[in-house]
Design a protein around this ligand. Structure first.
Ligand SMILES: Cc1cc2nc3c(=O)[nH]c(=O)nc-3n(C[C@H](O)[C@H](O)[C@H](O)COP(=O)(O)OP(=O)(O)OC[C@H]3O[C@@H](n4cnc5c(N)ncnc54)[C@H](O)[C@@H]3O)c2cc1C
Length: 695
């Protein structure tokens, strides 16, 4: 039937009534079909577009487009892809969306950074196919949705595996397909787009003698894209657990441990499942299924993972796979009347592969209709787009090398956190170059060239330099006053500048009093704690006690000296033995389990108050906030003015920041350690569903 040798066909464009075959009905294939059909219609050309997909429908009675299995992916729809989908009338239907993500966390060696999804942008998590099997009902996935849209535009679907492709007698490519019932048939087309991805055994695996081999027959210069092994697993943790621990949030963890070489892990909530996707040396080296099992066990036992997802080690596994991810694009991925799109040609490094599938599909559809289908026309119209993607990935490698170093080395990670926190503390939204740049990396929403440019800009450098200075200063304070971080989790306690007034008003409202305008010193800190208000109050009752893990300072002794802890009248005495000074804080008011209001005597400061405020959060957790304010004493004569000035210099504002930040982290740690562990045993184990995998 077919010959590997090409005899050029007279026309080098696709004509009215021509057949265009697309091998693979994943995102790239469907996007290509949609663009091609829409644009052809606009130009007055009617094309017969055939999508060839090896996976058959999971439930033909429910939908012909939702295919069995899945296309192996973490399933994050980036803001840029979402915007593009909406612009193209392909906005995600509610049944495809598993979760809307409002916050993205970057978990570095020092602390976690929280990035809010900016107003007007949207990140969603989706499933690509019908897995994990225990989802139940009629599982809907992103790929099935897109395929349905392509069919809606007029494409046809043929279920079967494309085995080979070669030029036919008249120079058109012919694809040989093995249908689902085993029958073998040919599809002759004026143009073929290969959108097989890199994960099918029948795809473009390097060395594969099947499809990749025959594409080399179409263009001997073709070299398949290079890939890297990844690991994805789904844990069935339940909606309640996700709400408490990852409430519309996703995490990127940038390190593993000495034993477990991990570069990047994404934690993504989806309904009652948690998707974990990772890359790293340990995954590269894994060969056998038991290697993956060991990696999962060790990963779930990492302290940084347990701090985000308490007790996760006992969660049952829904499914596991080890797909490949494109890391280097293919060479010469087009020739007369054929081209490769999606992962099989190139993908954005580590992020937003679906967006690159969109870009390659869109550019190819334009090239085919506007420029023609011979190799020269495709090089002109499509080659440049792939070249841009490849070049951008070069910048991407530099971006990841720098950010990985920054988040993996403890000191640099602390500098990065401090720079980030200082931007939030000092600058208003819109004037935070470092967090803007981090957002672009985390969300995958900008080209890497743009990100690298920002990374090296003066704005980011200035933030990093100020972060470095503040880190050195804070380390010095910690050494001086004897604060030790130990093993417990470190969390941001900064209140962004634009949130400060609102927080102050909330605290004032809890107390039913006006806190007045800002005084000489006014600071606020806040932390989220997984625990009840009673559990937090129990920790606050240790204020000034020898068994408290917070406020155990060298040179400053805080002791509860009179009254009952946490009850009005309780007195905390601060003594500065070296200076022979002391002052007292008296618990003046307590509002239920919400607020403790301490008033300071005038020994060291004027009008001093310290307020602890606990309030419930929408995810069932609590926020513990601290409000501290006082007026500096000024003195009445030269000697006393000098004395108080020196005191101010000895105890500048930032000392309070360091001490209270440490205190909040220890309180959080103590509460969370005592708080109950989750019970995943309640997950439904009915026989109608595929069994859970227990590690
Ligand atoms: C661990 C991991 C996590 C990822 N997470 C994300 C993420 O969160 N967000 C994101 O945007 N991207 C992510 N990606 C990248 C994303 O999955 C890919 O970029 C995307 O799937 C590429 O789409 P595609 O259509 O080119 O290929 P695929 O999705 O692989 O689709 C190929 C299709 O072709 C079919 N096929 C293959 N061979 C044949 C054949 N011979 N005959 C007929 N049909 C065939 C397959 O069945 C499949 O349906 C991730 C990738 C990995 C590995």
């Amino acid at each position: 039937m077919t010959s590997a040798k090409r005899i050029p066909h007279s026309s080098t464009t696709v004509e009215n009534g021509d057949c265009v075959a697309i091998v693979g009905a994943g995102p790239a294939g469907s996007f290509f079909a949609i663009h091609l059909l829409r644009e052809a219609k606009r130009q007055g050309r009617a094309l017969d577009v055939v999508l060839i997909e090896k996976r058959s429908p999971s439930d033909p009675e429910f939908s012909a487009f939702q295919c069995r299995g899945c296309n192996y992916c973490a399933g994050i729809i980036s803001p840029r892809l979402n915007e593009t989908l909406v612009e193209n009338g392909l906005g995600l239907p509610p049944e495809v969306i598993q979760q809307q993500i409002n916050y993205v966390w970057i978990h570095g060696q020092w602390k976690n950074l929280r990035l809010r999804v900016p107003e007007g942008q949207h990140i969603y998590s989706v499933y690509r196919g019908s897995l994990p099997g225990r989802r139940g009902g009629t599982p809907t996935g992103f790929d099935g949705f897109l395929l349905g849209e392509a069919i809606g535009e007029g494409a046809r679907i043929v279920h079967g595996k494309a085995q080979s492709a070669a030029y036919g007698a008249d120079g058109r490519p012919v694809v040989t397909v093995k249908g689902v019932s085993g029958e073998v048939f040919d599809i002759e087309a004026s143009f073929v787009a290969f959108a097989t991805g890199i994960n099918g055994h029948y795809g473009l695996d390097p060395g594969s003698e099947t499809l990749a081999g025959s594409i080399r027959g179409l263009n001997p210069r073709f070299v398949p894209s290079k890939s890297r092994r990844t690991l994805i697993f789904e844990l069935e943790v339940g909606e309640e657990y996700l709400k408490r621990n990852l409430n519309n949030e996703m995490y990127f963890i940038e390190y593993g441990s000495k034993r477990l070489a991990i570069e990047h892990t994404a934690l993504i909530p989806k309904g009652r499942f948690l998707t974990v996707a990772m890359i790293g040396g340990c995954v590269d080296r894994a060969v056998l299924p038991q290697d993956s099992k060991r990696i999962i066990q060790e990963f779930l036992a990492l302290p940084q993972v347990d701090s985000i997802l308490p007790g996760i080690g006992s969660a049952p596994l829904g499914c596991v796979c080890a797909p490949s991810m494109t890391v280097h694009g293919a060479a010469s991925p087009y020739g007369d009347r054929f081209a490769i799109i999606g992962d099989a040609v190139a993908s954005r490094l580590n992020k937003d592969g679906l967006y690159s599938a969109y870009i390659t599909a869109e550019k190819l559809a334009k090239a085919v209709l506007d420029q023609g289908v011979d190799e020269r026309a495709l090089k002109r119209g499509y080659g440049k787009a792939i070249g841009r993607l490849a070049n951008d990935n070069l910048y991407g490698r530099a971006v990841y090398a720098i950010s990985r170093t920054a988040f993996t080395l403890p000191l640099l990670s602390r500098v990065a956190y401090q720079a980030f926190a200082t931007e939030y503390k000092v600058h208003r939204q819109g004037d935070r170059p470092l967090s803007r740049m981090l957002w672009k990396i985390a969300s995958g929403t900008a080209d890497y060239g743009e990100v690298l440019g920002e990374m090296l800009s003066w704005g980011v450098l200035r933030s990093v330099l100020s972060g470095a200075g503040i880190t050195l200063r804070n380390v010095a304070v910690e050494l001086l006053v004897g604060l030790k971080w130990g093993k417990f989790g470190r969390y941001p306690a900064v209140v962004p500048v634009e949130r400060r007034e609102a927080l102050k008003e909330e605290i004032a409202w809890q107390l039913g009093m006006d806190l007045g305008p800002a005084q000489g010193f006014e600071r606020m800190y806040a932390i989220k704690i997984r625990g009840t208000d009673t559990e937090i109050m129990e920790q606050l009752a240790k204020y000034g006690k020898s068994d408290a893990r917070f406020l155990q300072l060298r040179f400053v002794h805080a002791r509860q000296t009179r009254g009952t802890p946490n009850q009005p009248g309780s007195v905390i005495e601060y003594r500065f033995p070296l200076l022979g000074l002391s002052a007292e804080l008296t618990l003046a008011r307590r509002v239920r389990n919400e607020t403790l209001f301490y008033a300071a005597d005038d020994g060291l400061v004027d009008a001093g108050r310290l307020i602890f405020s606990i309030s419930p959060l929408g995810d069932g957790n609590r926020r513990l906030a601290i409000y501290a304010a006082f007026d500096y004493k000024k003195g009445t004569n030269l000697a006393s003015r000098l004395f108080w000035k020196t005191g101010h210099l000895l105890f500048p504002e930032f000392v309070h920041d360091v001490v209270w930040n440490h205190a909040l982290c220890t309180i959080k740690d103590e509460v969370e350690q005592r708080h109950g562990q989750p019970d995943f045993g309640r997950a439904d184990e009915s026989e109608a569903q595929p069994p859970l995998i227990r590690l």
